[in-house]
Each structure stands twice: as structure tokens, then as C-alpha cells.
Design a protein around this ligand. Structure first.
Ligand SMILES: Cc1cc2nc3c(=O)[nH]c(=O)nc-3n(C[C@H](O)[C@H](O)[C@H](O)COP(=O)(O)OP(=O)(O)OC[C@H]3O[C@@H](n4cnc5c(N)ncnc54)[C@H](O)[C@@H]3O)c2cc1C
Length: 419
């Protein structure tokens, strides 16, 4: 058993637990001859793919957990098993920060799969802030790559590490740019569907330092997140003004990003409920513009059809700097995206019938909102689900064949999760 936040993985009866990346990892014979068995890698342990029944897990949390901030360059080096909460807590001691996501629990998987933060509109995705990496390819070869010092033959690997690393590599060290830690204003609270519609409209005109995130579980809860350059940031205040008319929204001022906890207990989310197993699928799309009313109608229908109270849909806003390519090409190919919604459902573990119904709701809901959000953010690997192939194609678009080539060359035995 592995102590991890994801309950599916926590309950898995794993074959073997290992802590070090050494040669023996790459002997295919160490895995059974079952066709699909591969090595599961665990960093934050927040997904259903870091441990599986009968599979071996490489747990990076014990031996790849160092964090070091270089005070001269303000670059931070972290191990491949560091969780985002520990990273921002370390940085905060030096008044620095990093665009982590809505939870402090995810590990390096957050960074390597793209990394969408409430700060991304101003600072880019997590992958846009990678300066260098160290690790191993699936064939056991050690790699050390540094931005601006990449040979032509390493270029494709470097680009694919940024967004698709889990399929062909084990990353043991990542060097990241950090940012100045600034105060944050959050406007948050419950809203109804009409108010959500109005707020989405306003948010599609937000400047880069403001982002909207909303979650529709039993009720709808929103967060408008504004990074202030100083406590008297008048420009930001002006932009936030139209939001003050919504009666249930509260204004809160936080000294820094670390102090914010998204998803309060009152939302009764099932994410960490030990009796449930769950899956989540993340989508990508552009501004809704005139489609906001149709989208709201679809959302309402989806929520009317939810099979149990665990089900929710949420969305976070990207855009701004994430649309720019000046950090170099990557395998996060849907750069035009400005929204990342995700659909979550859980079921009583071992209740296969409830599982089937919950997954069916996820897929039906996905097909309903696909017209607005046609692409995938592959933040969770779903090689155990039927949607895997479609998700791969929608996540990597016209780069999926390059990824398959990389996998063939650098993980020929299929030691790492399959494509
Ligand atoms: C509560 C919550 C909130 C979230 N909020 C956001 C958000 O705001 N923005 C966002 O973009 N995402 C968000 N996510 C998604 C999350 O970032 C991804 O699911 C991420 O992949 C989880 O990484 P992990 O290290 O915690 O997971 P793990 O389960 O440990 O790892 C998942 C997989 O990633 C691969 N992997 C992890 N580390 C490495 C490594 N060092 N080398 C090679 N492969 C590796 C492995 O294949 C592994 O099985 C959230 C998830 C949760 C649970």
C-alpha cells in the first residue's frame, strides 16, 4: 500500500515499491510478461496512475525531495518528488513564489503536464518556467538539458518534456524560474447560474493579472484571483469594480499566494473521501464570447443529470501569457486556449455498477461541452480507460506522431506509461 492523496492509488495492491532510479528499473524482465504492465511513477500521488494493482511504483517523494533556491539567480532546483505546497512554502521564506495550481498537493506531475495556475495569465504555464531538467529516458539513458543550450538532436526531447514527459522519461530534477511574491486579492463566494454567466462575460475581458475559477458542485462557487503589484493597485481595483455588485461575493486580501486555500470545506467535495474512487478529465478551449448563454444551458443540463452528489464541473482561466510562444515550443500545443474546465465524478469503491454510471456521466458531459472545449489537457493519464486514445489525440494534436516516435526510440520496451 502506498500513502498517497489519490484514493484509487492508495488502495492499489502494488507489486513492489522502489525509491531509487537505478539500472534495474529498466530491465523489462523485472515486470511480469503481462502485456500492459509498466512502471508507475509517483510524485505528488494525486492521480489514479501513480499506483495500480499488480504494478511496481517508483516513489520519488523520499529520495528526490530537495528544494534549493539560488538567491543570486532566483532559480529554484527541485527534486522530481517535490509537492507544490512545499515548493511555495520554501520560496515564501525568501519572498519568492511560483505559479502553482489550485491545490498544494500535486507534485512534479503538475509541472511536467503543463501546469495551469491562477497566475498563468501573467507568468505562463509551469512548463514555460522550466530552465533545466535532469532525469532518465525510458531506455535508462541519463539526460541533462538546459534551456538555450539544447543540441539539435535534443530539441524534440526538450519540447516533449514540456507537456508529455511521463510517456518517455523519469524526471529527477527540475530547475525553475521563480517570481516575486505579491499580495493577492480574492473575490469569492456562491453565485447562481445567471450570475456565473455575467461573471464569465466580465472575465473574458480581464487583464493578465486577474483570473476566474469556478466550480459547480452542489452549488456554484467562484474565485476571482487578482495579483496586486502593491496594496494600492488602482488599475486592478478599477477592473474589479463591476464584481462588487454581486451580493454574495466577499473580498479577501491575502499577503501572498500561499495563504490561499481553494475549495473550502463547505463545498463538500469528495476528492479526498476515503470511501470513494474517482476519475477526472480536463478539457481546453477558447473564450465563449457569444456562446455563454448556450454553454450555461448545457451546464445546467449536465448538472441535472449527475448520478450522485460527488459529481462536479469546474473551470480555470488561462490565456494572456500562456498564449505566447516566446518560451519556445512545447507539447502543450493548444496555446490559444483560455479555459480549462474539468469534469469530476466518484463512486463507492468496489461498486462497479456505480462506477460505470459515473464514468458514463463524465463521457456524456464531455460530449455535451466538446463544442466549446474541443481539446484535452492531459493532466491525468487515462491509459486504463477507453477514452485514452482519443484524449491523446486531442491533447497532442499534430504532435502526437512525434511523441510516438520519441516513445519508440527512448522507451522501446514500454517501461513507462503507454501511449
Ligand atoms: C486537488 C487538485 C487540484 C489540481 N489543480 C490543478 C491546477 O490548478 N492546474 C493544473 O494544471 N492541474 C491541476 N491538477 C492536476 C495535477 O496537476 C495533475 O494531475 C498532475 O499530473 C498531478 O501530479 P502529481 O505529481 O501529484 O501526480 P502523480 O499521481 O504522482 O503522478 C501522475 C503521473 O505523472 C507522471 N509523473 C509524475 N512525476 C513525474 C516525474 N518526476 N517524472 C516523470 N513522470 C512523472 C507519472 O506518469 C505519474 O504516474 C490538480 C489536481 C488535484 C488533485
Amino acid at each position: 500500500m502506498l500513502e498517497v492523496p489519490n484514493i484509487n492509488s492508495k488502495d492499489a495492491k502494488i507489486k513492489k515499491l522502489i525509491y531509487d532510479v537505478d539500472e534495474s528499473l529498466f530491465y523489462k524482465d523485472d515486470y511480469s510478461n503481462e502485456e500492459f504492465e509498466h512502471l508507475c511513477v509517483c510524485s505528488g500521488g494525486t492521480t489514479s496512475s501513480c499506483a495500480k494493482n499488480g504494478f511496481t511504483t517508483l516513489d520519488l517523494r523520499k529520495n528526490y525531495n530537495k528544494i534549493h533556491l539560488d538567491r543570486k539567480t532566483n532559480l529554484v532546483t527541485i527534486g522530481g518528488g517535490v509537492i507544490m505546497g512545499d515548493l511555495v512554502n520554501h520560496l515564501q521564506k525568501h519572498n519568492r513564489s511560483f505559479p502553482i495550481g489550485l491545490s498544494k498537493l500535486p507534485g512534479a506531475g503538475y509541472i511536467l503536464t503543463g501546469g495551469v495556475s491562477p497566475l498563468s495569465r501573467a507568468y505562463g504555464l509551469a512548463i514555460d518556467n522550466i530552465e533545466s531538467i535532469k532525469g532518465f529516458l525510458g531506455n535508462g539513458k541519463f539526460i541533462s538539458l538546459k534551456k538555450n543550450q539544447i543540441n539539435p538532436e535534443e530539441q524534440l526531447i526538450w519540447e516533449a518534456i514540456k507537456g508529455a514527459a511521463p510517456f518517455f522519461s523519469i524526471i529527477t530534477e527540475i530547475e525553475l524560474k521563480t517570481i516575486q511574491s505579491n499580495p493577492i486579492k480574492v473575490i469569492e463566494g456562491f453565485v447562481n447560474l445567471n450570475e456565473l454567466s455575467e461573471i464569465i462575460k466580465l472575465s473574458e475581458e480581464f487583464p493578465e493579472n486577474i483570473s476566474l475559477q469556478w466550480i459547480y458542485a452542489q452549488k456554484i462557487y467562484i474565485y476571482i484571483f487578482a495579483e496586486l503589484n502593491n496594496l494600492e493597485d488602482k488599475k486592478t481595483e478599477e477592473k474589479l469594480m463591476p464584481l462588487y455588485k454581486f451580493p454574495a461575493l466577499e473580498k479577501k486580501l491575502y499577503e501572498n499566494f500561499n495563504k490561499i486555500n481553494f475549495f473550502p470545506k463547505e463545498l463538500n467535495l469528495y476528492e479526498l473521501n476515503v470511501n470513494n474512487h474517482s476519475e477526472v478529465i480536463s478539457l481546453l478551449g477558447e473564450d465563449l464570447k457569444n456562446d455563454i448563454p448556450i454553454f450555461i444551458k448545457c451546464l445546467s443540463e449536465i448538472m441535472e443529470n449527475k448520478p450522485n452528489n460527488s459529481c462536479y464541473i469546474a473551470s480555470q482561466q488561462l490565456g494572456g501569457k500562456t498564449k505566447k510562444l516566446n518560451h519556445g515550443a512545447s507539447f502543450f500545443v493548444h496555446r490559444k486556449s483560455t479555459w480549462k474546465p474539468w469534469i469530476y465524478a466518484s463512486w463507492k469503491k468496489n461498486d462497479l455498477q456505480e462506477k460505470e454510471v459515473a464514468l458514463e456521466w463524465i463521457y456524456k458531459s464531455w460530449s455535451k461541452i466538446k463544442r466549446f472545449y474541443p481539446n484535452i489537457h492531459l493532466a491525468q493519464l487515462h491509459n486504463h480507460l477507453n477514452s485514452h486514445e482519443e484524449e491523446l489525440n486531442l491533447a497532442f494534436g499534430n504532435r502526437v506522431n512525434e511523441l510516438k516516435t520519441l516513445k519508440n526510440i527512448f522507451d522501446p520496451q514500454g517501461i513507462l506509461p503507454p501511449l
